[in-house]
Design a protein around this ligand. Structure first.
Ligand code: GLN
Length: 478
């Protein structure tokens, strides 16, 4: 069994034709993932009991002649900010190093009901804050394509696992780019669905109005299949949408003729690097496929990073208040009074980036600064959303870069938070607007580093986004 080359369809075929059982596959996938993990540290821990139990259910269903579900026997990795009942969930933080959740995230429940095998939890930046996976309390992840480089962040472990072939698909979380950017750095597909498309129940909150769960896969079709499984209304998340979930994979017919694509002027003006060349080449491909391409403008783009780092830190400062040494697991052994215990627990438990964000967020929400910063940032957010709404009156989708540069070296940007924040420049706008956006591989630099192209559409128009990405992907296979 060649684990790294498996697809969802190949697994289904193998199971139904009795070439292998789901239990064999689970055992082999776990063995392979554990043996490969020392190269990248993509996983923080594995969940063999869980994977083997689901595999047994799948085998029983097949033996009874029942349909084992759309993810039957598929090894899935889950970012460690998504809770798993009975399986440690650390959020990449010392504060939760031994935390064992009492319930499962809705997305995880749906994956297992569809026959997916949860094989392990992946490394990530602490509480999903970062762009390089260097903010994990348990050490960085290495990019499987170039081991001296970062995999991107904050879902670096999930992207690396899929790129390395130890999982067929994975879940990440995206608040300002944390699925698309690592997907681009590792050369895999990464999807941020419409805000509300996937339940956030069980996703540890970073910035609740921006947090999304999203799939990673090695093909657009596999990502579309995973999204279909996890999407849809969930009564445990009041912000999850009622909108019906289309059969995304069934809609991938390679036909995109006549679709109108917008190229945002603001995204391409500074992009003279190899990334720019690859994006322009991808646009040519779309034109050959019959798409109509026109330049568009998203004028509020310049203010996106400032607005995001105010809104996200404000929400984070509130969401992270719960880690107080009383609830959850870690408590400092120092301090005689309650305030001292709080201070020491948080001082010892949080890493530098989380502390920076708590301070920033508390500041922008404080009396006197609220109007000047937080309120203004919310107004900018509305302008960014309006830019997109105007653009989608004219075009069906927008094509853009994911990151201004490919994977950088470990350590290259750790001491410069502003440089790190700037790497989110093209992903943050889609997050602020809550629209679906994804990264699909569009080539490699001369050094062999993967580059991703971003496809964005209007709210709940994931089908169009997938159709475009899939049509492009087909042209790259030959
Ligand atoms: N890099 C961004 C940040 O650090 C995005 C993180 C995310 O999407 N979770 O906030």
């Amino acid at each position: 069994m060649d684990i790294p080359s498996l697809t969802i369809d190949a697994i289904r075929e193998g199971l139904l034709s009795r070439q292998f059982s789901a239990s064999d596959l689970a055992t082999e996938a776990l063995r392979f993932a554990e043996s490969e993990n020392s190269k990248t540290s993509a996983y923080l821990h594995f969940s063999p009991q869980r994977a083997l139990a689901t595999a047994q259910c799948v085998d029983d269903q097949i033996a009874r002649g029942e349909d084992p579900g759309p993810l039957a026997g598929v090894p899935v990795a889950i970012k460690d900010v998504i809770v798993t009942k009975g399986v440690r969930t650390t959020c990449g933080s010392k504060l939760l190093a031994n935390y064992i959740p009492p319930y499962d995230a809705t997305a995880v429940i749906r994956i297992e009901q569809a026959g997916g095998l949860v094989i392990g939890k992946t490394n990530c930046d602490e509480f999903a804050m970062g762009s390089s996976n260097e903010n994990s309390a348990f050490g960085p992840v290495r990019n499987p394509v170039a081991l001296d480089r970062v995999p991107g962040g904050s879902s670096g472990g999930s992207a690396a696992a899929v790129a390395q072939g130890t999982a067929v698909v994975a879940l990440g979380s995206d608040t300002g780019g944390s699925v698309r950017q690592p997907a681009s750095f590792c050369g895999v597909v990464g999807v941020t669905p419409t805000y509300g498309r996937v339940s956030r129940c069980g996703l540890t909150a970073f910035a609740s109005s921006l947090d999304h769960i999203g799939p990673f896969a090695r093909s657009v079709k596999d990502a579309a299949t995973l999204l279909r499984v996890i999407a849809g209304r969930d009564k445990c998340d009041a912000t999850s949408a009622e909108a019906p979930v289309p059969d995304y994979p069934a809609m991938l017919d390679g036909k995109v003729k006549g679709l109108k694509l917008g190229l945002p002027r603001e995204y391409l003006k500074g992009l003279t690097s190899e990334t720019g060349t690859l994006i322009h080449r991808a646009v040519d491909v779309f034109q050959r496929l019959g798409c109509e391409v026109r330049e568009i403008s998203l004028p509020a783009t310049d203010f996106a990073i400032a607005s995001y780092y105010i809104i996200a830190t404000a929400e984070a400062s509130s969401n992270l208040a719960r880690y107080d040494g009383v609830r959850y697991t870690f408590r400092s052994g120092h301090g005689d009074t309650l305030p001292e215990m709080y201070r020491n627990t948080r001082g010892e438990g949080f890493g530098a980036e989380c502390k920076r964000r708590i301070m920033l967020g508390t500041y922008v929400l404080s009396a006197g600064y609220y109007d000047a910063y937080y309120l203004k940032a919310q107004k900018v957010r509305a302008l960014i959303a309006r830019d997109f709404a105007n653009a989608f009156q004219e075009v069906d989708a927008i094509v853009a870069p994911v990151s201004p540069f490919p994977a950088f070296r470990l350590g290259e940007k750790v001491d410069d938070p502003i440089a790190m924040y700037l790497s989110d420049i093209y992903t943050i706008t889609g997050s602020l607007a809550g629209i679906p956006c994804m990264s699909v591989p569009c080539g490699k630099t001369a050094e062999g580093l993967p580059v991703g192209m971003q496809v964005l559409t209007g709210h709940f128009a994931e089908s169009t986004m997938f159709r475009l990405a899939d049509a492009f992907e087909r042209t790259q296979r030959t």
